[in-house]
Ligand binder design. Structure first.
Ligand SMILES: Nc1ncnc2c1ncn2[C@@H]1O[C@H](COP(=O)(O)OP(=O)(O)OP(=O)(O)O)[C@@H](O)[C@H]1O
Ligand SMILES: [Mg+2]
Length: 254
């Protein structure tokens, strides 16, 4: 669905430059839940921003369904984001004065659909994330996990093929976080791709693929395998994600 080739991104602040991404090549497959992990400053958020056309690479190519998106102008970037991408953030980013269903419907509103017309689908999505009975609640009247469920529903209302999440469980306790991770796994069943940046190693068990960044480079790519007895292990694969790579399979820590 998404293919990055030799992508670099440098930030210049004052006279200094920081190479946030130093030549990244990877593929995001339809129907896969991909985790991006790595130390602070390794380039995870920068990479996610490029995947979602919130920013452009300096060099290299980013192809979405065989069309280059790395060089879109501002208008085309926001058009791409509106229709192809759903974003989920650590701090939910809900509008406090709006009800849960109105928050879910906001992307439709921004795309020119009236709020009332968007309501049935917003209610359907709230139902899907287990909040059918909280549609009229405002964010302050919801728990953290419930707020993140509203944000997941909002990310889905435009029916985007790509969902991007930056630390979606960073502000939740582990049990609530696990329910959000299961929900993110569920939405890949219809062929949507979910890419999630996380510090939480325990989150890996809910994913299909794990990409580890180190200093703006891909350190490793692993596939997550589940055995019948419920054990989860990671198997290293080559950078293009297809063939087995040298290295041992590891059991995922809880
Ligand atoms: N807007 C910016 N301007 C200048 N430098 C930036 C900017 N954003 C990120 N950087 C630098 O680029 C590098 C990668 O940053 P990035 O935010 O992608 O890291 P990260 O892996 O998401 O880290 P964290 O886990 O702490 O969120 C860092 O060295 C950071 O200081
Ligand atoms: Mg980050």
């Amino acid at each position: 669905m998404l293919e990055l080739t030799d992508v670099t991104k440098e930030y210049r602040v004052g006279g200094q430059s920081v190479r946030a991404l130093d030549g990244i090549s990877l593929r995001i497959e339809p129907g896969e839940f991909t985790a991006i992990i790595g130390p602070s400053g390794s380039g995870k958020s920068t990479l996610l921003h490029l995947l979602g056309a919130l920013d452009s690479p300096d060099t290299g190519s980013i192809r979405f369904r065989d069309k280059e998106i790395g060089d879109l102008d501002d208008d085309r970037q926001s058009e791409f984001r509106r229709h192809q991408v759903g974003f989920i953030f650590q701090f939910f980013n809900l509008l406090p004065t709006l009800s849960a269903w109105e928050n879910v419907a906001i992307p439709k509103l921004l795309d020119g659909t009236g709020l009332r017309k968007a309501k049935p689908r917003a209610l359907e999505l709230l139902d899907m994330v287990g909040l059918g009975d909280r549609a009229e609640h405002r964010p302050a009247e919801l728990s953290g996990g419930q707020m993140q469920r509203v944000a997941v529903a909002r990310a889905l209302i435009m029916d985007p093929p790509l969902i991007l999440a930056d630390e979606p469980t960073g502000n939740l306790d582990s049990k609530t976080g696990a329910s959000i991770l299961r929900l993110l796994g569920d939405i890949t069943r219809d062929g949507n791709s979910v890419v999630m940046v996380t510090h939480d190693m325990g989150a890996v068990r809910y994913c299909d693929r794990v990409i580890t960044l180190r200093d703006g480079l891909i350190g490793s790519t692993e596939l997550v395998e589940r055995t019948d007895d419920g054990e989860v292990r990671t198997v290293p694969v080559s950078p293009d994600g297809t063939t087995a790579a040298a290295g041992d399979a590891g059991v995922v820590r809880a």
